[in-house]
Ligand binder design. Structure first.
Ligand code: GEK
Length: 241
């Protein structure tokens, strides 16, 4: 696994974070050392897929990056006649995701698509994954996207929504941001790397509170929604149609 050293040196100008080839090359190391609970969520996606995938349906991984959730879905999939559609708008990610899924011989029915999840069609879906992707979508596009996902899902299907979150209580907000910083330091990032990455993400990754996510999911039509996993300021929700 290539080590993430993107923000090790002091940069004169910190450009907005971008999912380019430099990031794609180190992405697995970057996300595992930056997102508490990421590995656990990826592993559980296998179990959730086994539970929710319906025969002859589509399974979507929206903002698939290198396909970690796609591969986890493919391992958990027991229902027959399904297709997994993995979508990302970064050409660098899609190219590497295609190679990773082609190397996976457990399930052949994976299609990796370069496209914008805001405009791609969702149809006949029983499992939809937004694993740390909605946070990169402009705020005003989030509800229309969730409505489109809901409309393209089968009754009984599930949306798995994982996000970095904020807290309404300012004390908790500061505390959990601090603990996250400690988590990154414990995984080998320097203070300089943490602060430069934070600046790069500032206008690109827009976190919201858990109540805001729940309200929006309900507004999109989902009947049962709740958090099934949380580690500090990172969580994952289930929303069932
Ligand atoms: C994982 N889910 O490893 N359309 C398509 N893709 C997009 C869009 C968009 N509009 N906006 C952002 N992306 C993965 C991790 S990373 C999360 C997801 C992170 C893509 C973007 O190119 C990137 O690959 C991904 O969403 C977000 O389980 O880096 O924190």
């Amino acid at each position: 696994m290539n080590k993430d050293k993107i923000y090790t040196e002091s940069l004169a100008n910190i450009a907005n974070f971008n999912f380019d080839a430099q990031v794609a090359d180190v992405f697995t190391d970057m996300i595992e050392r930056s997102v508490p609970g990421y590995r656990a969520i990826i592993t559980m996606i296998e179990t959730l897929t086994e539970h929710y995938a319906q025969p002859n349906s589509n399974l979507y991984d929206l903002g698939c990056s290198l396909g970690a959730a796609t591969l986890s879905m493919s391992r958990g999939l027991k229902a027959k006649g399904c297709q997994i559609i993995a979508i990302d708008n970064s050409a660098a990610m899609v190219e590497r995701c295609r190679k990773a899924t082609e190397r996976n011989h457990t399930f052949e029915g994976v299609r990796v698509v370069e496209g914008d999840i805001v405009t791609t069609e969702i149809a006949n879906a029983s499992v939809v994954i937004l694993n740390f992707t909605l946070q990169f979508i402009p705020l005003n596009e989030r509800l229309p996207l969730l409505k489109k996902i809901y409309a393209g899902m089968r009754p009984g299907g599930v949306l798995i929504l994982s996000e970095k979150v904020l807290f309404e209580d300012e004390h908790l907000n500061k505390l959990l941001a601090h603990i996250h910083h400690d988590f990154k330091r414990a995984h080998g990032y320097s203070d300089l790397e943490v602060s430069q990455k934070r600046s790069a993400l500032d206008k690109v990754l827009i976190p919201e509170t858990i109540p805001t996510h729940r309200k929006r999911l309900t507004e999109a039509g989902f009947s049962s929604t709740d958090v099934w996993f949380q580690c500090f300021n990172f969580m994952s929700m289930l929303a069932v149609k």
